[in-house]
Structures are given as structure tokens and as C-alpha cells.
Design a protein around this ligand. Structure first.
Ligand code: SAM
Length: 187
């Protein structure tokens, strides 16, 4: 089941909203991270830079075959080898990953979904002890140039509360200017 309000504008416009490398650095995605999983990779905006940075493998999931194809093609163009991009509905099927197998879970621009705690629980399940979840979302501000409708857009404090319910602790919040905030929490 595709999460609500998860359509995207064209690639160039979407990628103009972020500085992916800076965001990854702020959220602690660096060489010290071994294996990671990305829930909903979209155009691969954060997928390719993450695969280039981490020391292990990245698994990127998306329900849309065309998003998966685009991300795969972009990765092939630049010779990225430590990335697997798979068509999968993580809401109805989960990730398919083993319990306590990953070091970092990326939930970027998707936590406005219907059941955020269900997704965060799946992220918690697959993370090793001391693994981290990174959340990115649009600021709770109706003047951002895109983003889900304000009626379903989560505030940072909502994301922190849901993460704690799902078993994470030590949540820290970051300002990802100009339009986003980030949260990193630990299992
Ligand atoms: C708003 S986009 C964000 C993409 C990427 N995380 C980013 O920040 O650039 C949300 C993505 O999640 C995917 N998606 C929505 N529901 C999904 C589901 N149930 N399982 C897997 N992917 C899903 C959509 O196809 C879309 O590519």
C-alpha cells in the first residue's frame, strides 16, 4: 500500500530542495556506518551519496518500479557496487531483513504515513543494538515549497514520540535548512 501523499515532483525540482551530502553528514551517515537500509528511495537523492559514503552495503526499497529503475540506472552510471535497490512494499511486507542486522535505517520524507509507529517498529527490529534511525521531514510550516498537507505533516515532537514508542531513545533534533528537520535516535 503506497503511503498517502507520497507522489513526487519531477527529479530536478525535488533535488533542488536538499543538500544531500550535508544532510547525511549532519545525521551521522559516514564511513563509520556499515550496513544501512533506506525506506522509500524515490529518485535516489540520498541513496547514491549514502552508498558512496558508508563502508558496507545499502539496501534501498521502493514500491514504485520506475523509482527503483531510475535509482539503479543512476548507480550503474557512476559504478556504485555496494547498493541493492528492490521493489518492495515495506508497509505490507516489511523489509524482509533479519532482526538486528543493520546499523542505520533511513526514513526520509515518509513519516507522514498512516502508521508511523508500525514503520518505526520495523526499523527498530532490523537494527543492531546501538544502531540508529535517521528521520528527515519537511518543516511544520505551510510556506515550504512542497511537502504533505499540513493536516498530516508530522511535527518533530511527533516523530520523537513515535520513535520512543517504537523502542528508540536519545533522540536528537537537527535543523536541515532551508526546508527540513532531521532526527536521529538510537536503538
Ligand atoms: C516523498 S518520496 C521520498 C523519497 C526519498 N526518501 C527522498 O527523501 O528523496 C516517498 C517514496 O516512498 C515510496 N513509497 C510510498 N509508499 C511505499 C511503500 N508502502 N513501500 C515502499 N515504498 C513506498 C514512494 O514511491 C516514494 O518514492
Amino acid at each position: 500500500m503506497k503511503i498517502r501523499d507520497s507522489g513526487m515532483p519531477e527529479k530536478g525540482m525535488w533535488e533542488g530542495f536538499f543538500s544531500p551530502e550535508k544532510i547525511l553528514e549532519t545525521l551521522g551517515i559516514n564511513q563509520g556506518v556499515q550496513d544501512a537500509v533506506e525506506f522509500g528511495c524515490g529518485y535516489g537523492t540520498f541513496t547514491l551519496p549514502t552508498a558512496k559514503i558508508i563502508s558496507g552495503k545499502l539496501l534501498a526499497l521502493d514500491i514504485e518500479p520506475e523509482m527503483v529503475e531510475m535509482t539503479k540506472n543512476e548507480a550503474a552510471k557512476v559504478g556504485i557496487k555496494n547498493l541493492e535497490v528492490v521493489v518492495r512494499d515495506f508497509m505490507t511486507e516489511g523489509t524482509g531483513l533479519k532482526t538486528e542486522s543493520m546499523d542505520y535505517a533511513m526514513l526520509f520524507n515518509i513519516l507522514h504515513l498512516e502508521e508511523p509507529v508500525v514503520l518505526l517498529r520495523e526499523a527498530n527490529r532490523i537494527l543492531k543494538k546501538d544502531g540508529r534511525v535517521g528521520i528527515v521531514h519537511w518543516n511544520y510550516d505551510a510556506s515550504t515549497p512542497r511537502g504533505p498537507s499540513m493536516s498530516i505533516r508530522p511535527k518533530p515532537e511527533d516523530c520523537i514520540k513515535w520513535a520512543e514508542i517504537a523502542g528508540f531513545y536519545s533522540a536528537r533534533r537537527y535543523d536541515l535548512k532551508p526546508y527540513h528537520y532531521g532526527i536521529v535516535a538510537t536503538k
